[in-house]
Design a protein around this ligand. Structure first.
Ligand code: ZN
Length: 308
């Protein structure tokens, strides 16, 4: 019998739920509007209860606590979305009695792209989504990088172009990468959407310069085999990616390139809007296999016992 998995992608406006045995066999889907945590997660739980799923993978916007040994594991930290600060993303789904996996929304998209999308065959990759905001995830030696919390690649500092006096739109850091180069920043700076920028518009060059600057930092710090760019700003504006590669090449300034072929090194996401939910299915498969997520927490040696 086919093993079924549940995948949940939680966002600020909707929670996408799917049931699938794999990327080519999606058996059911439901889109739930994001209201309060109690109402939204209860509707998602009702949906997954209709199917005999063997595990559930959950990806959600963050920041969140991903450390299985932490007392607040599975909860969001303080977030700007009303009602959702410290929401427990895992608790309601324990009623399903199946292994649960949890990652950030960009983390599950990265998993999908490395297993079924634009970074197949790689062990090390960076995924960056450039939409209303900017988020990123890194897979290092086949594992999603967490560290103390999880990477927040949208909030790195990048140097400004001379003459750029846009204050930046990040509520925390103003002129971080997200503050200068997100879809929101493009809209506030030029009063238009990224996909509406004409080929000669200065906003295109500026966007390419800033994104290339960020990618160069990720290349030098994480040494990925591939960088995959997703999100509406990069996917809906076909002029942008070639320019990002050109600016990246320039900013290398003759130093050893990561790949002879930058078309191969910097690629658009292959799975589009499907990356999140498919990545959640992959996360569920890993949770069932005991390689990630809550199963690890259950099986982990209690540190106190280890000392004793
Ligand atoms: Zn920021």
């Amino acid at each position: 019998m086919t093993t079924l998995y549940g995948g949940l992608e939680g966002g600020g406006t909707k929670f996408n739920c799917i049931v699938a045995s794999g990327p080519d066999d999606i058996q059911a889907e439901r889109r739930i509007p994001t209201t309060t945590p109690a109402a939204t997660l209860a509707l998602a739980l009702d949906f997954f209860r209709e199917f005999p799923i063997a595990a559930l993978g959950i990806g959600c916007y963050g920041p969140m606590d991903l450390h299985p040994q932490s007392p607040t594991y599975g909860r969001l930290f303080a977030v700007s979305k009303p009602h959702w600060s410290h929401a427990d993303l895992l608790g309601p789904f324990r009623a399903l009695g199946v292994p649960l996996g949890l990652e950030t929304d960009v983390g599950i998209a990265a998993l999908a792209e490395i297993h079924w999308g634009a970074a197949q065959g790689c062990t090390d990759m960076v995924y960056l989504t450039v939409g209303t905001g900017i988020g990123g995830a890194s897979i290092v030696d086949g594992k999603l990088l967490h560290g103390r919390m999880h990477p927040e690649m949208g909030h790195i500092h990048i140097s400004r172009e001379p003459g750029d006096d846009f204050p930046g739109c990040c509520p925390f850091h103003a002129g971080c990468l997200q503050g200068l180069a997100s879809g929101k920043a493009i809209h506030e700076r030029w009063n238009t959407r990224a996909d509406q920028l004409s080929p000669g518009h200065p906003g295109l060059e500026l966007e390419a310069t800033y994104l290339a600057r960020a990618l160069l930092s990720f290349h030098y710090t994480l040494s990925p085999q591939r960088i995959v760019l997703g999100g509406g700003v990069t996917m809906d504006q076909p002029q942008l990616l070639p320019r990002v590669r050109e600016r990246f090449q320039e900013q290398l300034a003759g130093y050893q390139p990561p790949d002879d072929d930058l078309d191969r090194f910097i690629q658009p996401a292959a799975l589009g809007n499907r990356a999140g939910t498919l990545g959640a299915i992959h996360l569920a498969q890993r949770a069932l296999a005991g390689r990630d997520g809550e199963v690890d927490a259950v099986n982990a040696v209690n540190p106190v016992d280890a000392v004793g």
